[in-house]
Design a protein around this ligand. Structure first.
Ligand code: ZN
Length: 197
């Protein structure tokens, strides 16, 4: 939605890693195993991939979805941005309850090709699970089972939650209630982006 409205390229470490996996690079194979078990790929690898992506796509603005997730990643990102003479305008912190996370993951469909994500309750896709962007097959993610989720939540609490403080000190953090439908959340995000233009 941000890309369509503002023409800013968006990526996530998941999208970058899926691409490496599909290209069959050694890095892609190594990280696929880690992701399968719900763990996090090492900060060093993630930071290298992000720097490559930024050099290729980030010269006129960028959005990272779910990155950084750890303090070392956040510090690595600041070094990269300093080297590229760039910076961060906004950090958007989507706050959701654990119940919201559980409900959404239970009903999530994702394109195996491009990573487009939707809900299996969306009538549009119920009978014909085909990606609207690339015609890829929409499937339930295989890392969505409960034990993987518990690992992710634990990682979030210990490694990601401290980032709120890190970005609050830089005065770029904005908290948004994510327990709402996507239109409500997006209108808040749009307002923040427009204020920065
Ligand atoms: Zn797709």
């Amino acid at each position: 939605m941000i890309t369509r409205q503002f023409g800013v390229p968006v990526t996530s470490t998941g999208a970058i890693l899926r691409r490496e996996r599909d290209l069959g690079t050694p890095l892609g194979q190594e990280t696929a195993e880690v992701l399968q078990s719900g763990g996090l790929v090492s900060d060093k690898i993630i930071i290298e991939l992000i720097e490559d992506w930024l050099r290729l796509h980030g010269s006129h603005g960028f959005v990272f979805d779910g990155f950084p997730r750890t303090l070392p990643q956040a510090e690595g990102l600041m070094s990269i941005l300093a080297r590229l003479r760039s910076g961060l305008d906004l950090v958007i912190w989507l706050e959701v309850s654990e119940q919201t996370v559980l409900d959404r993951i239970a009903g999530r469909l994702q394109c195996g090709e491009c990573g487009f994500t939707t809900s299996s309750s969306s009538a549009q896709f119920a009978n014909r699970p085909v990606c609207p962007y690339c015609d890829g097959h929409l499937e339930r993610r295989n890392d969505d089972d409960l034990s993987v989720l518990q690992t992710r939540l634990a990682e979030f609490r210990t490694k990601t939650e401290p980032l709120a403080c890190f970005y609050e000190k830089m005065s770029v953090l904005h908290r948004i209630d994510g327990n709402r439908d996507r239109e409500g959340v997006f209108s808040d995000i749009s307002r923040l982006i427009e204020d920065k233009r």
